[in-house]
Design a protein around this ligand. Structure first.
Ligand code: EPU
Length: 316
């Protein structure tokens, strides 16, 4: 494993935008982890940026003064329902293999385009199935001390959150994840994956994007009041306090669907997708993100929180 200079960031983001990072390295083999601690020992941890598939990240700077650690560490070992998975493995590939083998627990994530490590960090979820549901253990790699085994309780999972995104952010990366899945009928599971794919094709765009840009809105008393004051009681339907209101629907309701800043547009299919329509620049995407966030804040009073990580200097 070696350090690469002028590492290309556009290749590391599904938005397909970004300049160069000063340095990059790619983790692939078991041996790479041993070398990693040595290679980064003089680097300021604040300047290390871990990237998986790049399906949830927007790079801002043209020149990023950072070391990118790209996770290409893929594969798994399985014994019945127990799977020990390397964190760079793509979720769709894992979900498909697990279903084909006749195990349930991750099949609804077969169309979520991220790595297992990224998915666990952000507790990715589709159709009420979260990546943490069948998770047993995480092998965390700390920049300073190397491998640390953590059980599920220690991972602090909640909606789109985990300890890896909060307290451990910037202190290492997930190396491996152990799951325990439950036996099921492979034909039923593979059929469900196909149906989800069709559903996704009708409700979500195909153009380059990073999936949902914002987190859904937690329905507490305050947000409930803001939604009802703006749109009337019926907007909530059967939604109860403690549940989430779709950010995509909210962006749709304030009339932002289809709005563009040059090549960056809010998808016509789903309000929570910012798509790179025609050679958008990082700036276009960032400006559109701010415009959408401000429109929701002004019209409804709700402050949307990002799901996509924005990396770089906001002042530039
Ligand atoms: N809706 C609208 N207009 C829109 C978008 C949605 O009216 O522009 C309505 C839909 O018709 C539906 C409701 O809002 O009645 C909910 O929409 P959807 O089923 O698409 O769910 P969501 O809450 O908007 C979440 C996840 C998606 C995930 C889907 C399906 C978040 C932020 N988003 O979206 O995840 O694919 O459920 O499980 O939690 C992602 O994380 O990148 C992502 C796309």
């Amino acid at each position: 494993m070696k350090i690469i200079e002028n590492y290309n960031l556009a290749d590391c983001s599904y938005f397909r935008v970004g300049g160069k990072a000063r340095y990059g390295l790619e983790l692939k083999e078991e041996n790479d982890w041993e070398q990693l601690s040595d290679l980064i020992k003089d680097v300021n941890p604040k300047q290390i940026v871990v990237v998986g598939a790049g399906s949830n990240v927007l790079f801002l700077d043209e020149e990023l003064d950072a070391l990118i650690v790209k996770n290409n560490y893929t594969g798994w070992k399985n014994d019945g329902g127990k799977w020990l998975v390397k964190s760079g493995t793509m979720l769709p590939q894992l979900a498909w293999e697990v279903a084909k083998d006749g195990y349930t627990g991750i099949e609804r994530l077969a169309n979520v385009p991220g790595t297992v490590g990224g998915g666990v960090r952000g507790n990715a979820e589709a159709y009420n199935q979260a990546v943490s549901n069948c998770l047993k253990k995480v092998i965390w790699w700390d920049w300073k001390s190397g491998e640390v085994a953590m059980n599920k309780e220690q991972c602090g999972f909640s909606y789109r959150e985990s300890i890896f995104k909060r307290e451990l952010d910037g202190r290492g990366l997930i190396k491996e994840v152990e799951f325990e899945f439950v036996s099921d009928d492979p034909d039923r599971l593979l059929d469900e994956i196909r149906k989800d794919k069709e559903k996704r094709q009708t409700s979500q765009p195909w153009e380059p994007s990073c999936g949902c840009f914002f987190k859904n809105v937690y329905l507490d008393e305050e947000n409930r009041k803001k939604l009802v004051n703006t749109f009337g009681e019926e907007i909530l339907g059967n939604l109860k306090l403690g549940e989430y209101f779709s950010a995509g629907r909210l962006i749709d309701l304030v009339g932002m669907k289809g709005y563009c800043v040059e090549g960056a547009c809010v998808s016509e299919k789903h309000g929570n997708f910012i798509i790179n329509n025609k050679q958008a620049t990082t700036r276009n995407i960032f400006d559109l993100y701010l415009t959408v966030k401000n429109a929701v804040k002004e019209k409804v009073g709700i402050e949307l929180e990002n799901e996509v990580a924005i990396i770089g200097n906001l002042e530039k």
